[in-house]
Design a protein around this ligand. Sequence first.
Ligand code: CMC
Length: 438
Amino acid sequence: MSSTASGGAKPTVTITLDGSNRSATLPLLSGSIGPQTVDIRKLYGELGIFTYDPGYGATASCESKITYIDGDAGVLLYRGYPIEQLAEKSDFIEVAYLLLEGELPNATQLDEFRKNVTYHTMLHEQIRRFFDGFRRDAHPMAILCGVVGALAAFYHDNLDINDARQREIAAFRLIAKVPTIAAWAYKYSIGQPFMYPRNDLSYAENFLYMLNAVPAEPWKNNPILSRAMDRILVLHADHEQNASTSTVRLAGSTGANPFACIAAGIAALWGPSHGGANEAVLKMLAEIGTPENIPQFIREVKDKNSHTKLMGFGHRVYKNFDPRAKIMKETCHEVLAELGIKDEPLLDMAMEMERIALEDDYFVSRKLYPNVDFYSGIILKAMGIPTSMFTVLFAVARTVGWVSQWKELIEDPSQRIGRPRQIYSGATQRDYVPVSGR
Ligand code: CMC
């Protein structure tokens, strides 16, 4: 394979099949930042060969203007803005506007956007009845996945994906209603009455209200907790073409309605390698129990036969600190200090684990660093959020990213149904043998 670009000509890559005189010259594409990318669309037609990249470690599945990650430098940008600046200076609704629309809103746009989201926070009253169909001990992710998919059965008036206004309303409905469904999934699991959304509160405050308030008592907003919740939502809002976002895009590429696509994303997020890791980190820390047991746990992680992973560590793209993990760690300290929690054994354990892992050659040589999930569970626990809600909360935040990516996909004139190919290694053609002859 060779690459050329001279005298203003567009750069190309030439692939030659060994042992033959056949070759294909393919365009080399450039984004605004990031590595150059070989456009292989003509490769099969010209040489009759596929490319093979299970896990898509080196494959760009789409062109996107939304989020950029430099995994070696530990950089994350939403629409060009560094995550650190957004986490410190912005808020979730403004970030949602930015992700969806591409630019930061002016005051009027922001106000209108906020109103549009709050206008849609309630659920159709019949949706309440869905919850009764779930077992009382159902995991809230199972409920979230089912109820979000079922929204398509209620909001028929915005299912035409080719109508920009209907797409916009579907986006508002999803961003507004997912927190209500998420909070109700939790309330259902603990047998408390559902709390209806309050549009006088901010997005994060309203979510905390629906989770924690009860009709029998007045509810008081704790600005420290709602600010921390808002920051957690900002940090999780988008992360380019991760597994759940790619699932949303793949489902969207078939023309499926937005509610079905987001439900597919929620299902993909649930796995412990992805959004389920925040819950898994807390379970891991609880199982290890005390810092003295950490070295033994690390030995187990390093043993290939044990299948034990250090949850909250490692990332497909980040080969450096996940910038979100740094902010999470700081927020964790802030929240604990402001809540007056002087001694949190889980945080001590997590910091000791991080220290040991970052000095251990196994993790150093594989460039395994803490990811966003390593500290988020500890903050959420300190905020009184139950463990089973951690991944649900991730889904609430990521809905904005999924919807933005889905919208971008539908508005991209070059989009086609996603349909990967394979290396077939099964039996070659053979004749059917009746059971008596087998
Ligand atoms: N603990 C122990 N070993 C690990 C870990 C870990 N957490 N992560 C990767 N490795 C090892 C892996 O076994 C492999 O070793 P070897 O080269 O000897 O076979 C090497 O590091 C490379 O890992 P990989 O499996 O090729 O990495 P990947 O890019 O396929 O997987 C990952 C990425 C995030 C799934 C993985 O690091 C992992 O399972 N981490 C724990 C789960 C977790 O925290 N997930 C949250 C990710 S961030 C938030 C999100 O995406 O939702």
